[in-house]
Design a protein around this ligand. Structure first.
Ligand SMILES: [Zn+2]
Length: 813
């Protein structure tokens, strides 16, 4: 036999990438698709750092899935685009001094070249770039739609501010008190900002989570972020003052334990309450001090237990006495009413009361008497309350705390003390940014300062380029003479443009719709096309977007549906998060200098080997640790597959039973695993089949054909080369039929084995023909019918006999 020729990946991969492009192999006619299947990944930022391994780990396995669906006969639409506005692109431009318009274009060209090396079946005719005027015209259109529907408004208020990014952030973009982009501390600033009224959709955003095939953890994160809470609101009267206010209480069972009230430092009532009391100066100083601290790091302040008495009381609301009103650093001004009534049964309130010597009282005690002594000492707080029973009001004494919420709410309402109330933690979405590189907000102000929408005929409202894009905290667009001149020329003297740009999460909130119809200049997306393609069947991307992009996109989709523009109420039916590839257990980051760059590996081993390595490295949703040497295994697999198909003569003889059974078992497991995105086990099934096929002196054509087709999604270039050269096919392997496992063949691999207990037939086992005696006995003992028989007859299996693997007899006693 001739020595097998070596597979030269780079030559073959380049050859096929060129042919695919010439044939427009992955362009599909979205208007005439019979079996639409829409899948895409979260699009990347063209930041100039080029494609890193995280991109590859998102895109290559996602493409393997897309190819698998196409081979199953679906019209698979798999587009790609660039989230080109925003901080990463802008920061790169700042670093290099190259204007973002220029650097973006160059970076996108580079990234497209790199993306093509992965060999993904992207439909480049549907490319979207969010910073192009053709795209952001629709970002601006979406703003107008929100405005017209009463969902966009401008409001003066305290907003999270990142001083290193020099911009306002949405609350979702503050992670544990830090800026999501730069990890800098987040302070607070009083500013007039545009908001989108996502809170109007809070309940629907919760309800519709039920129908989604999403990771459980992400659904839970969204639920918690939206944060529905059912409780009561009380109206409290301030003693010796003609003032009333409402407080919201999410744990109404504790109302009889309330001994004090806390108010947020920035609440408009705070200073008013203290006025004229002996505490006036102390409160004024405290509020000024907290405000100053929040200008540095808002969230650090909220984690401290700082407070001061206002000098005022709430007048005896529950007949248990007056409640002192305190200002506390941890009260959030815009949750509930910004005023909270407090009891011993909340850990935070408990800590506050202990620190400032405020008396506490309980309204429940532990069920366990031994624990009850602790209550007497008031070293008892919320943490253990759920296991307790109520002690007050008297009507509820002895009832379980956890089961009493509804009844207590009823009692409070009936006594006229308060009313049922629902609150959400979700706040409206701050969409304006004091940055240059974003879609201009399509608003102008008349000489009186009143905002007006820019009429549609002037869209896209172009981003001016006569500005310095370095952020200073003041919107860079304010420097543009051209923008002012443009505004006055259209609207009249004294009219002024809006100078903030939109959060880039606005750009990505509707891009899945726009992908379908990216060249349409009349509509964001034709209804017939969005009906055919949306929702996206499978969306793949990082889990870090759970409460940002994935929440915003759901909100925008619902607004589009309410406007009668689309039918679907949800944009992403199935969602999968890929895991993270670490390096020696550490997260890869530029600052640590441990980033693995795919390019050199792709050049040395080939794109397919690199893809196989990523598929094989671990469970997709969990990620894995990178090892430089691991790719050798993938490389050897590629070489062995090539040798098998090119060095061994193909024969047309029928398959042996053993090969046939293994072939169909492999089809079955690869199909099932790919559907679940269990790529690592699909690759190992193919490796096992390769071992078997290598053992024969010839290679049956049928087995070769199945093997190459199963390889199609996993090593697209190699499979295409073998499909064409070794198997002599003229069409692309991605258009070949996906093999289907023959159930009869699978069944023939099994035999039925009766299981007898004390000579009575109890169960029938289906076991593989090549099972061992011990394995078969183990299966028999675990069979549910056998277990049940032994238990109901109070028997123990004392002896087990297999007769030549044809029956299992159990002696029970
Ligand atoms: Zn920042």
């Amino acid at each position: 036999m001739e020595a097998p020729s070596k597979y030269v990946a780079s030559t073959v991969e380049e050859k096929w990438q060129k042919i695919w492009e010439e044939r427009r192999a992955y362009s599909i006619d979205v208007a005439s698709a019979k079996k639409p299947f829409y899948t895409h990944t979260m699009f990347p930022y063209p930041s100039g750092d080029k494609l890193h391994i995280g991109h590859w780990y998102n895109f290559a396995p996602a493409d393997t899935f897309a190819r698998f669906k196409r081979m199953q006969g679906f019209d698979v639409f798999s587009p790609m685009g660039f989230d080109a506005f925003g901080l990463p692109a802008e920061n790169y431009a700042i670093k290099t001094g190259i204007p973002p318009q220029v650097s973006i274009r160059e970076n996108i060209e580079t990234m497209i070249r790199q993306l093509k090396r992965i060999g993904c079946m992207y439909d480049w005719d549907h490319l979207v770039v969010t910073s192009s005027p053709e795209y952001y015209r629709w970002t601006q259109w979406l703003f107008q739609l929100m405005y017209q529907r009463g969902l966009a408004y401008k409001k003066e208020g305290l907003v999270p501010w990142c001083d290193s990014c020099k911009t306002v952030l949405a609350r979702e973009q503050v992670k544990e008190g830090e800026c999501d982009r730069c990890s800098g501390p987040v302070s607070e600033k009083e500013m007039s900002q545009w908001y989108w009224r996502i809170t109007d959709y809070a309940q629907r955003l919760l309800d519709d989570l039920d129908g989604l095939d999403w990771p459980e953890r992400t659904v839970l994160m969204q639920r918690n972020w939206i944060g529905r809470s059912d409780g009561v609101s009380f109206t409290f009267r301030v003693k010796d003052m003609p003032v009333e206010f409402d407080v919201y209480d999410s744990v109404p069972q504790t109302f009889m334990a309330q001994t004090f009230v806390v108010i947020a430092p920035e609440h408009p009532l705070t200073l008013e309450l203290a006025k004229g009391t002996s505490q006036e100066k102390a409160v004024t100083d405290f509020v000024a001090d907290i405000k100053a601290k929040k200008l540095v790091d808002k969230y650090a302040v909220q984690n401290e237990t700082l407070g001061v008495f206002t000098g005022r009381y709430v007048s005896n609301p529950f007949g248990t006495g007056d409640l002192p009103i305190w200002v506390a650093s941890y009260v959030v001004a815009d949750y509930g009413t910004g005023i909270v009534s407090c009891s011993a049964h909340d850990e935070r309130d408990f800590e506050f009361a202990k620190k400032f010597g405020i008396p506490l009282r309980t309204a429940m005690r532990p069920i366990d008497d031994a624990e009850a002594d602790r209550v007497a000492n008031l070293e008892y707080c919320y943490a253990r309350a759920e296991e307790g029973v109520l002690t007050a009001p008297a009507e509820f004494a002895g009832r379980k705390w956890g089961e009493s919420k509804e009844a207590v709410i009823g009692y409070i309402e009936q006594k006229g003390l308060g009313a049922r109330s629902t609150q959400y933690r979700l706040r409206d979405w701050t969409i304006s940014r004091q940055r240059y590189w974003g879609a201009p907000i399509p608003v102008v102000y008349d000489p009186e300062g009143k905002p007006h929408l820019i009429p549609a005929e002037h869209l896209p409202w172009k981003l001016p380029d006569d500005v310095d894009f370095i952020p200073t905290g003041v919107s860079p667009l304010a420097q543009s003479k051209e923008l002012v001149a443009r505004t006055e020329a259209i609207f009249g003297k004294g009219w002024r443009p809006e100078c903030d740009t939109m959060d880039t999460f606005v750009c990505s909130s509707f891009y899945s719709f726009r992908y379908v119809d990216p060249k349409n200049s009349e509509e964001m997306c034709r209804r017939s096309l969005s009906d055919a393609w949306m929702p996206v069947d499978l969306y793949i991307g990082g889990a870090e977007h759970a409460c940002m992009h994935l929440l915003y996109a759901r909100f925008v989709c619902k607004v589009l549906a309410d406007s009668g523009l689309v039918s679907t109420k949800e944009p992403y039916q199935r969602l999968v998060h890929q895991g993270i590839i670490t390096n020696n257990g550490a997260k890869m980051s530029k600052s640590k200098g441990n980033v693995v760059s795919p390019d050199s590996f792709v050049s040395t081993y080939g794109s397919d080997a690199f893809r196989i390595h990523l598929l094989f490295i671990g469970p997709y949703a969990e990620g894995a640790d990178w090892s430089d040497s691991g790719i050798n295994g993938a490389f050897r697999f590629v070489q062995r597959v090539y040798s098998l198909l090119t060095a061994k003569p193909l024969c047309d003889e029928p398959l042996t039973d053993a090969v046939k059974i293994e072939l169909h078992q492999t089809i079955k497991s690869v199909t099932t695993d790919l559907e679940k995105l269990h790529f690592n086990t699909s690759v190992s099934a193919l490796m096992k089949l390769l071992n078997t096929l290598e053992k024969g002196t010839t290679l049956p054509r049928e087995a070769a054909s199945v093997f190459v087709r199963l390889l199609g999604p996993i090593a697209p270039h190699l499979a295409e080369e073998l499909w064409s050269t070794a198997l002599g096919q003229t069409t692309s392997v991605v258009d070949a039929e996906w093999p289907v496992a023959d159930q009869k063949v699978l069944d023939s691999a099994c035999v039925e084995v009766p299981v007898l207990i004390n000579k009575k037939l109890c169960a029938r086992l289906q076991v593989p023909k090549d099972i061992t005696d011990a394995q078969q006995q183990e299966l028999a003992l675990a069979h549910p019918d056998v277990v049940k028989y032994l238990t109901t007859h109070n028997l123990t299996a004392s002896r087990i006999v297999s007769k030549a693997l044809r029956t299992v007899s159990i002696v029970g006693s």
